[in-house]
Design a protein around this ligand. Structure first.
Ligand SMILES: [Fe+2]
Ligand SMILES: [Fe+2]
Length: 269
């Protein structure tokens, strides 16, 4: 199922398939008849549509949110992140089956993949309602980099993807919601509010299974997290941090503050 989603290029088709497979997995779990865990060889990179054109971040046009074009670029960027997130969650399901994990691990990432599929569709709906569509603008080329870098290490994958990248989403989403509140584009504020509320659980799944694996190996989660993030995500984490939502997701301040180049005092938060 995971490989089938990863191998589907079109965004709407990928998310429709993702939602069908998630529903089938979760329904089987509810019946008490879990689907068998298979083994699979996920592709090194997921299939992607011919458009959007993928550009390196320094070649991406920069536009402020004060113009419609700038706001469309922002929604387009979120759609791209969500599509990438669909693939990331199915990839963690398929790639690490040699590490024995409880079924709840798969439930969590199946649920997260289903959430991201809805998030992508919500962002596409906003783009289309505003006269654009996913693929109309260029997108960030480096999105799969974190997945490739951590393809051989489940702990590193959990540290970098949900606990660093998705946690960063919790930091920046309130500011994006404020942009669209100001312009009265309510379809976008409503969609981003759904995303904001649901992303907490993805970070929480990450910290839950990271702590589980550290506990199983009798290693210190905080020290392990610092070592893995310094190795696989060398740029410093950027405050301000959403300390409240990070706490909801089981990420304590002593996990992320030491990886930033500032101290809590220097930012006044
Ligand atoms: Fe999402
Ligand atoms: Fe997410």
């Amino acid at each position: 199922m995971a490989v089938e989603v990863l191998s589907t290029a079109d965004g709407r088709e990928k998310t429709a398939l993702s939602r069908r497979h998630a529903a089938a997995w979760l329904a089987a779990r509810d019946r008490g008849e879990p689907l068998p865990l298979g083994e699979a060889a996920p592709p090194p990179r997921p299939a992607r549509p011919a458009l959007p054109e993928l550009l390196s971040p320094r070649d991406m046009p920069r536009r402020g949110p004060g113009t419609l074009a700038g706001r469309l670029a922002l929604i387009h960027a979120v759609a791209h992140i969500e599509l990438n997130a669909v693939d990331l969650h199915w990839d963690v399901i398929a790639r690490f089956t040699d590490t024995r994990m409880p079924l709840g691990f798969y439930d969590d990432w199946v649920r997260a993949a289903d959430d991201e599929s809805r998030h992508f569709n919500l962002m596409c709906d906003c783009l289309e309602a505003m006269g654009s569509h996913y693929g109309a603008l260029p997108a960030h080329a480096g999105m799969w980099r974190a997945a490739e870098d951590t393809a051989g290490d489940l702990l590193a994958r959990l540290a970098v993807v949900p606990m660093v990248l998705e946690a960063r989403g919790l930091d920046v989403t309130p500011g994006m919601i404020a942009i669209f509140e100001k312009t009265g584009e309510t379809q976008v504020t409503e969609a981003l509010s759904v995303i904001y509320a649901e992303e907490v659980s993805h970070v929480a799944y990450g910290s839950k299974w990271f702590n589980f694996l550290c506990g199983r190996a009798d290693s210190d989660p905080k020290d392990t997290f610092h070592a893995l993030v310094r190795r696989y995500f060398p740029s410093p984490l950027k405050p301000p941090f959403n300390e409240e939502k990070r706490a909801d997701a089981g990420l304590p301040p002593d996990f992320y503050w030491p990886l930033s180049d500032q101290t809590p005092r220097s930012t006044g938060s």
